[in-house]
Design a protein around this ligand. Structure first.
Ligand SMILES: [Zn+2]
Length: 386
């Protein structure tokens, strides 16, 4: 297999195997740097543009926790209200902080197919209702109350009123406790966090279709006609560029693509930004598969069940890694052997814990004013009692 093809294969299989979207993302950015020969600092730069969830969450620690919790709660309540205010001809739009009104829109149903509404067009202006007004006409704003209790879609009116009151109270408390500047700043951060989360679920989806596609290829050793991930390749103008190299030969050039990935368009949302990464997956996959011999190197691990690229072609190439090989054989052992292995593992863990506890105690004593040497002496004398 060609070196380049190995890198493409590695990119795809690593991406498929990652255990979280953060892991998938970090690995992908590094693998892309290698596979497409991007600049050495590409991954560092790209990490800023394609942030991990963990990075965002670590930011929370420097923020006002109460306000963050407050915003999370508000969101929970708002989605509960959205769920409960369902009505075929009335749409719930949300709440306006400044004027303290709930927004509804009356709609007209244009048609029904197989019992489901196909088009709702708005009638007249939006309704702006205070919480009291909503309470008064609540039965005309949701149809959930008419669904029998216990059925999906049933809405308890008392519950709904309670949610409404809590929600308004949350909004008022927030205004009392924080300045509007702070609220605005945090709401922006919060919104972009929510947006990042949906960008990450996009990665999850791409990962899911990559796994399914690799599985199908592994099993059939051929590619079926309609594989969206593969046909995306044809639309990848930015990656598929050819340029003249220094020595006057033609070569594929990824410079434009690298700068396209690293450029930030302020108007672009996280999901739009992350969507660009799909191109890399598609490109690597196709480049790998274009040489049909490579398919034979694509194997499925007997232990973790993920596809991997075999280093050399052998019949008994069954595991993606030594860990998987060992794990597989351990699981196959007799119950007694397994029990012993677990016991040994536990003992080892106990030892490690003990050692850690010992170190903690020494540190604690040093903090109390003991010298480290003296503390160790004391503890060694007491060791058998500990
Ligand atoms: Zn494995």
């Amino acid at each position: 297999m060609k070196e380049k093809d190995k890198l493409y294969g590695k990119l795809i299989t690593n991406f498929a195997k990652a255990s979280s979207s953060d892991e998938a993302l970090l690995g992908l950015l590094e693998d892309v740097q290698q596979a497409l020969s991007f600049s050495p600092d590409f991954a560092d730069k790209a990490n800023q543009i394609f942030p991990t969830i963990e990075y965002y969450q670590s930011q929370f620690s420097t923020w006002d926790k109460e306000l963050i919790v407050h915003l999370f709660l508000e969101k929970e309540y708002l989605s509960a209200l959205e769920r409960k205010f369902w009505h075929p001809t009335m749409k719930f739009y949300g709440y306006i902080d400044i004027t303290k009104v709930f927004l509804f829109q009356e709609t007209k149903t244009e048609g029904i197919i197989n019992g489901s509404l196909i088009l709702n067009t708005p009638i007249g202006e939006c309704l702006e209702l205070s919480v009291d007004e909503v309470r008064k006409r609540i039965k005309s704003l949701t149809l959930g109350w008419s669904v029998p209790r216990g059925d999906v879609g049933h809405v308890d009116i008392l519950d709904l009123v309670e949610d409404l009151d809590d929600f308004v109270q949350l909004k008022e408390e927030k205004k009392k406790r924080y300045s509007s500047d702070i609220i605005e700043e945090y709401e922006k951060k919060f919104e972009s966090y929510e947006e990042l989360k949906s960008a990450h679920s996009l990665l999850d989806e791409i990962q899911k279709s990559t796994i399914e596609l690799l599985d199908r290829i592994c099993e059939n050793k051929s590619i079926s006609k309609d594989e969206p991930l593969i046909y995306d390749y044809n639309e990848l103008g930015a990656i598929n560029r050819v340029g003249v190299s220094k020595d006057g030969t033609l070569e594929k050039s990824f410079r434009d693509y690298e700068s396209a990935l690293l450029s930030i368009d302020e108007k672009e949302s996280f999901p739009e930004r992350f969507n660009k990464l799909k191109g890399v997956i598609s490109y690597s996959l196709v480049e790998f598969l274009l040489n049909s011999v490579n398919v034979n190197y694509l194997k499925k691990c007997h232990d973790c069940k993920y596809c991997f690229i075999a280093k050399i072609l052998r019949k008994d190439n069954r595991f993606c890694s030594t860990e998987c090989k060992n794990h597989f054989h351990n699981v196959q052992k007799s119950p007694k052997e397994n029990k012993d292995a677990v016991e040994a593992f536990r003992n080892k863990k106990k030892e490690t814990l003990k050692l850690k506890e010992y170190e903690n105690r020494i540190q604690h004593m040093v903090e109390q004013g003991w010298t480290e040497k003296k503390a160790k002496e004391m503890l060694n004398n007491l060791k058998d009692d500990l």
